[in-house]
Design a protein around this ligand. Structure first.
Ligand code: MG
Length: 361
């Protein structure tokens, strides 16, 4: 049965909230995170700052160097979460089925809503009828919340996400059944859900660079990417039958170590954190996920247990990023003032990373 799926993605969400709430920041390169004079990290950056190469999880010092005119603003997580709730309330009023992916991102299944309007089973007819609905949703978010969103409309999740990434900010992109194969041809293979760095390298090795190359590949992809092969071939032609996942089960990945003897040895703790970051990063890669939130956990000799966390707008996968944020939290909260019985690192708010956010080779 034909489906109408939207992927809604707010544009540079954290920084846009800051620019909305403080007109002096509009048009400026806004960097949400610790100031560059402190040993901190970037949580998010406005489009103006991204032009200079500033990205989430980068040390603030580096961001300051890349973008000397950048205005550093402390993150206000509560404000972003409240804003997220307001936006999702507007989305919910449309009576569609919503799978919220993160504070600023959701898949929305408009199939029944549109079908009731159009009374057609022609997939592309349904998709075209959804364009004014998407426009209205964007305009309402802009009018009521003063923020801009990009929306992709497509017959499935794979294409809807590619469509919302296609033109940003303030984009509205439709990929129809008729056009999907041609639309995908020039895209880099990284744009396909599930193609990470390793898969990309393996495909490059046999000369596959674009999705078009993938479509044209005459051999069996299983020889290159194993059991993902048949799925990958389907994705390359824009076919995807994944359903929206409902229910709010909190997914997280963590790793912790209880020490034989309580310790405050920085070198040992750093090594431990590094191993945990490697382990979590490998798990994220395997599941093709990125994490918005990084958490550290410490336990002292008297069994007092503390956890501290930090969130970034873009999902993180790299071990180095997870490690850096872990070290940052330990230092910022002065958690190693006393010897530790246990040290743990964890990630949550998991979702699939956008290919544009994945680090380049
Ligand atoms: Mg976004």
């Amino acid at each position: 049965m034909s489906r109408v799926i939207f992927h809604l993605d707010m544009d540079a969400f954290y920084a846009s909230v800051e620019q909305r709430d403080n007109p002096a920041l509009r048009g400026k390169a806004v960097i949400v995170g610790s100031p560059p004079t402190q040993r901190g990290v970037v949580c998010a950056a406005s489009y103006e700052a991204r032009k200079f190469g500033v990205r989430s999880a980068m040390p603030s010092v580096t961001a300051g160097r890349l973008c000397p005119k950048g205005v550093f603003v402390r993150p206000r997580m509560t404000a972003y979460r409240d804003e997220s709730r307001e936006i999702m309330r507007i989305v919910a009023e449309s009576n569609a089925i919503v799978e919220q992916m993160s504070v600023d991102e959701a898949y929305i299944d408009f199939s029944d809503v549109i079908r009731a309007q159009v009374q057609s089973e022609d997939s592309d007819e349904l998709l075209y009828a959804a364009v004014p609905v998407a426009r209205d949703l964007k305009e309402r978010i802009a009018f009521e919340r003063g923020l801009s969103a990009s929306i992709g409309i497509a017959p499935n999740k794979l294409l809807a996400k590619i469509a919302s990434d296609f033109k940003k900010p303030n984009g509205l992109t439709l990929i129809t059944e008729r056009d999907k194969v041609e639309f995908l041809r020039p895209m880099p293979i990284r744009a396909i859900h599930g193609v990470g760095k390793v898969t990309e390298q393996e495909l490059n090795r046999v000369g596959i660079q674009s999705v078009g190359d993938l479509q044209d590949y005459p051999g069996d992809l299983r020889a290159i990417v194993g059991s993902f092969g048949p799925r990958l071939k389907q994705f390359a032609f824009g076919d995807d039958d994944r359903a929206l996942e409902l229910g709010d089960d909190v997914k997280s990945i963590s790793s912790e170590e209880t020490f034989l003897h309580d310790t405050a040895d920085r070198k040992l703790l750093r090594k431990c954190l590094q191993e945990q970051a490697d382990e979590i990063s490998a798990k994220l890669r395997r599941r093709q996920l990125g994490a918005h939130t990084v958490q550290v956990k410490v336990r002292y000799s008297d069994f007092t247990t503390l956890t501290r966390q930090i969130s970034t707008e873009e999902p993180l996968v790299e071990s180095a990023d997870l490690y850096r944020l872990g070290c940052f939290l330990l230092a910022r909260e002065k958690l190693v003032r006393r010897p530790l019985r246990l040290l743990g690192l964890g990630v949550s708010s998991l979702r699939e990373p956008s290919w544009r956010q994945l680090p380049l080779l």
